[in-house]
Design a protein around this ligand. Structure first.
Ligand code: PMP
Length: 434
């Protein structure tokens, strides 16, 4: 028997004493020790270019964000039942990024909590509980979130859609039910169809939840007009529209600060998570005055940690850094450059079936010439990239999509390094034979 490495010992402990359904990235898991900007450093000091982590939005361990948290932690941390300038300042800065209709914020601690609260709001406002959600959508780990997450209930260990959840097809114009140009109407018809199903059961629509680019589904860009048509149908039926911006928000999509703004719609509720705390557990639900009023039915909403002065100091600093370092502009510039060059690579390597995304929220799919998914090639590619010190992740219905969603301090040089290694690996025998 071979001697156990330090990592083996950690893995053995995890297997025995940590949750049995936790997973690890990579065939040979990594032990990360330190982060800085777009880089992570493992326990041996090896440096990795991180193209995966959209939580470390303004860069791993951004000094100003770290300092803001440290300084406030040394002074005071309490719940939001005391007045504190940090909570007002952060709320004010956050709301300034939204259309004026969205003018109330509830602070929470995770994307799951944000969507959980959004669902409660929808139910309070509409007095209904039937939700529309998209196939392969993921919205969080709580009971109610799992119930609207087809990614989970239609996957391993899942038991299909619950009675009050109605799933519409993934609007994937590359490999979905309708392909090519102008698929919005065809996909949006399924929204109307599912609303009819709800009505035929003598019930009412509560709401519709959708990401602005569908992440777990494999970085699926919504067809132009899809969200507009969907929102029209939902509102006609008396339902509310939730935009899940947990992955796509805070300038990542480049052209706009929020993903829904790419689609010319204004949701009733927006949920925000991952990037807003740059790694600190911070999330938020932003909604209209009408929704907030309906939710305030007399029962207090209390959240021990949500909106505490430390979290608010951090969130406020993240927004400030995005602005000062022009990270949204960088996402647009570097993201467009990277996407253009991935499209160029696709011309040489037919294994790249589709390139998609906006800003620094990109993805590409590996398929054969019949558009059949090649998940083992995707896994190989991600693991091989790791050999060259580049972290990438795979996802999608068939796990054949590579996702690119790095910290927004990702530069053109980083993009070049990524493209150089991709080309090299696409030339390897295993990637050429399919
Ligand atoms: N919504 C989306 C779109 C997500 O990707 C995630 C997390 N992957 C969540 C919600 C849940 O967020 P959290 O893990 O912070 O609870």
């Amino acid at each position: 028997e071979h001697t156990k490495t330090p990592n083996d010992i950690i893995i053995d402990f995890r297997k025995k004493h940590l949750g049995k359904s936790l997973s690890l990235s990579y065939k040979e898991p990594l032990k990360m020790e330190r982060g800085s900007g777009v880089y992570l450093f493992d326990a041996t000091g090896r440096k990795y270019l991180d193209t995966v982590n959209n939580v470390a939005h303004v860069g791993h361990e951004h000094p100003q964000v770290v300092k803001a948290g440290q300084e406030q932690m040394a002074v005071l941390n309490t719940n939001s039942r005391y007045l504190h300038d940090n909570i007002n300042n952060f709320a004010n800065a956050l709301l300034a990024t939204f259309p004026k209709e969205l003018s109330v914020v509830h602070f929470v601690n995770s994307g799951s909590e944000a969507n959980e609260l959004a669902l409660r709001m929808v139910k309070a406002f509409t007095n209904a509980k039937d939700m529309l959600a998209v196939e392969i959508g993921y919205h969080g780990n709580t009971n109610a979130c799992i119930d609207i997450s087809s990614y989970k209930f239609d996957g391993k260990g899942g038991q299909g859609a619950p009675e009050h959840t109605h799933i519409v097809p993934l609007p994937d114009s590359f490999r979905g039910l309708y392909q090519g140009e102008n698929t919005a109407e065809s996909y949006a018809k399924h929204i109307d169809e599912q609303i009819d199903v709800i009505h035929s059961k003598g019930r009412k629509l509560a709401g519709f939840i959708c990401e602005s680019i569908i992440s777990c589904g494999g970085q699926i860009e919504l067809p132009e007009n899809y969200l507009k048509l969907a929102y029209q149908s939902v509102r006609k039926a008396g339902g509310l529209c939730i935009a899940d911006e947990v992955q796509t928000g805070c300038g990542r999509v480049g052209e706009t600060f929020w993903g829904f703004q790419l689609h010319g719609v204004v949701p009733d509720i927006v949920t925000i998570g991952k990037p807003i705390g740059n790694g600190h557990p911070l999330a938020a639900v932003v909604c209209t005055q009408e929704v907030a009023n309906a939710f305030a039915n007399g029962m207090e909403y209390f959240n021990t940690f949500g909106g505490n002065p430390v979290s608010c100091a951090i969130g406020n600093k993240v927004l400030q850094v995005i602005k000062e370092e022009k990270l949204q502009e960088n996402a647009l510039r570097v993201g467009s450059y990277l996407k253009d060059n991935l499209i160029k690579l696709q011309k040489t390597f037919s294994i790249i079936g589709d390139v998609r995304g906006q800003g620094l929220f990109l993805g590409f799919e590996l398929t054969d010439k019949h558009k059949r998914p090649l998940p083992e090639k995707a896994t190989f590619l991600a693991n091989r990239m790791k050999d060259f010190g580049i972290l990438m992740s795979t996802d999608g219905k068939d796990n054949n999509a590579l996702k690119i969603k790095p910290p927004l301090v990702f530069s053109r040089n980083h993009a070049d390094e990524l493209l150089y290694r991709l080309e090299q690996i696409f030339n390897e025998d295993f990637m050429r034979n399919f």
